[in-house]
Structure formats: C-alpha cells, structure tokens
Design a protein around this ligand. Structure first.
Ligand SMILES: [Mg+2]
Length: 368
C-alpha cells in the first residue's frame, strides 16, 4: 500500500504577461499575477494547482494569497489525501474570504488524489460528458479599431462566440458590437457588463444591439451583484437569458439568485468558491432548472484544466468561457488538455495530466 499522506506543499508566484491588456468594467490587467502550488505525497506522487486572484472580483491579491497558502498548507501536511473533503471544509472554515488560495490547494489535492488512483480528474466527477468542447473568446473593452482587429484575429482562428466586455459606456459598447457584427456577420455575442450597467443602461444596450440585428445570446452580470431585482427585471423584459457571475460567490448566493428568479444561468468559477463548492453550486443550479456557464479569472491551463474537468465530468455545462490561456503571451504548462481553434480537447492521463516547473528561487515549501 502506497503512503498517500501529504509530505510537503510548495508554492511560488508566477507572472504571466497578457498578449493584450485585459480591460473590463471593474479594472485592467497586463500581467496575470498568479501562484502555482505543488503538493507531494509520501509516495512521491504530485498534484498541481493554481491561484488566480483578481482583486476587483474576489478582493484577494497575491500577497494575501501567499499568506493564506502558508497558513493552510500547515493544515494539510501529514494528512492522507483520502481526507480531501474534510481538508477542503477545514480550509473553507479557516479562510472563507480567500477562495483563490483555497482553490489552488483543492485543485492540487484533487490532482494528487486522481494521480494516486490513476484516473483523469474528469473521471473523479463521473466522466459524464467527455468530448471536445467549444469555448467563447473574450474581447476586452478597447477602441473600435482594437476591438475589430482582435475580433478578426479570433474569427480567423475559428471562434464564433464572442464575449464582449461592456458596461463602461453604453453607446460606445453598442458601436463596438455593431462594428464586429457588420464585419463578421456569423458571430454571436455574450455581453459581459461586470456589474457596470444600471438597469436602464442595460435595457438601452439590448435595444441598441437589436436595432442592427446582432445575435445577443446572453447577458452576463449586467448590474451590481446585489441588485437581483434588476437582473430579474432584465431577463423578463428583454427575453434574453441572464447569467449571474459576481452575484454568485457561494452556494448561499446561488440559493438567493434561484429564489428571486434572477438568472437563467449561473457562471461557475472555481476561483470564486474553491472546487468542491463550485461542484455543489453546479449541481444545485441544474437541480433548480438553471443552466450552467463556466469561466475563470485570468488563469493558465492549470486552473482551467480543473474547470474543464468539471465540464467533462458533469453533464450540463452549456456555455464555456474557458479562453484565458489563449490570452496569455506564454504557456507555462506542459501537456494537459489543449486547444484546436475554439475547441478544448480532453486529456486522457491521470489527474490533470499536466506539469509545471518550480523555479529554483522564490518558492516556499511547507513540510513536516
Ligand atoms: Mg463575468
């Protein structure tokens, strides 16, 4: 019998430059300031995870994540990987406001667990929907020229669902979407307001898109996260499905959104809640008759592989927004799932089926 207890937890910061500035209604990024985690079992088996804190959404930044990782890693060392669920719960109790740090450790625990059992992570969730899946591509807020150049670039690579970041200036937002529609008429749109619109602005946005015949499939978090009344109003009056993203940062939030009939979709993100709670929210949403979308912060293929594992494992994710590795200028991940055009291709090896290299400096190890 192999020794599946945790020998050590190692983590290190990683800066991944973005190809283009990532501008949304709540903030901007040119570099993803993430953290990679490696958990090593006594048997020698390793698992990997990633934290992608996005301060404007989750309130976490990298320094606070690193502090939390030090604290939580001490809880894990010496315990058997089989106690994954208890450890996830303990971490949630210890660091409720640090979901990105917890997510990194949970992902690494799960990855190690699946590698020890020699099953791909999607098998751990049931393996109910294993097939290549199409993702949207995100177009950040920018000038009309920049928007069009990016849109052409992605269209040529095969992307047909464009998630337009909007919510800063309605008229400008409409003009940007119209410019893309006129140039690339076979493209459909998601409008992601990141809480930037008022109710009236959102309704004006929808009217504007309808005037030129744009295919608007989904409105994601158009208004502030607590304004569930406006979300409900918008979905009823426009007839366009609404996805709750920032409004759902816990299972309790999901219950409230469902109770108020405020959304058609819930956007699941492991960075908002950790992995286990994300799975619980997904199951709850499906059971409640809502649809699932899945997205991420600015993540490499490490964290996004974990999300793709949920998609492959649980049937019911309709909209995939798993594109951020494509927005990064470099790919720090070896093997794992990969992209062909707009499609994510499943992997077949154990765990997440990938690896990352720890630098020889700037790493922290917590061990016995
Ligand atoms: Mg969003």
């Amino acid at each position: 019998m192999k020794d599946n207890s945790i020998a050590e937890v190692t983590f290190w910061p990683i800066d991944i430059p973005l190809t283009d500035p990532f501008v949304v209604a709540t903030g901007a990024r040119v570099v993803a300031e993430n953290i990679f985690v490696r958990i090593t079992l006594q048997s020698g088996v390793c698992g990997f995870g990633e934290a992608a804190p996005f301060p404007e959404v989750g309130g976490e930044d990298r320094p606070s994540c690193l502090d939390t990782l030090t604290l939580l890693a001490k809880l894990l060392v010496g315990h058997s990987i089989q106690n994954y669920r208890q450890m996830a719960q303990q971490m949630a109790d210890q660091a409720p406001e640090q979901p990105a740090a917890r997510c990194a450790l949970e992902t690494a625990l799960l990855d190690a667990c699946c590698r020890a059992a020699d099953i791909p992570m999607w098998q751990f969730w049931g393996g109910a929907d294993v097939r290549p899946r199409e993702t949207d591509i995100t177009i950040p807020i920018g000038t009309a020229d920049d928007t069009l150049a990016l849109a052409r670039h992605w269209h040529q690579k095969g992307f047909r669902l464009f998630k337009m970041k909007v919510g800063k200036d309605v008229d400008e937002d409409i003009r940007r979407v119209e410019a893309v529609h006129n140039t690339l008429p076979d493209v459909a749109f998601i409008g992601d307001g990141n809480q930037g619109f008022s109710r009236e602005e959102c309704l004006a946005f929808v009217d504007g898109i309808r005037r030129f015949g744009g295919k608007l499939l989904l409105l994601e978090q158009p208004v502030e996260r607590d304004d569930l009344e406006s979300l409900a109003h918008i979905r009823r009056t426009t007839g366009i499905p609404v996805a709750a993203d920032e409004s759902v940062r816990s299972l309790a939030d999901a219950r409230t959104v469902v109770g108020q009939q405020a959304a058609d979709y819930i956007n699941i993100k492991i960075m908002k809640t950790g992995v286990l709670e994300a799975k619980e929210i997904a199951s709850f949403a499906l059971k409640s008759g809502l649809k699932l979308m899945i997205g991420g912060m600015i993540e490499s293929r490490l964290a996004m592989g974990c999300s793709f594992g949920l998609v492959l494992g649980i049937k019911g994710f309709e909209v995939l927004d798993l594109d951020t590795p494509l927005l990064l200028a470099t790919d720090p991940v070896m093997e794992g799932y990969h992209y062909t055009g707009a499609h994510l291709q499943p992997w077949a090896t154990a765990g997440l089926g990938l690896a990352v290299n720890a630098p020889s400096y700037r790493q922290t190890t917590i061990g016995a």
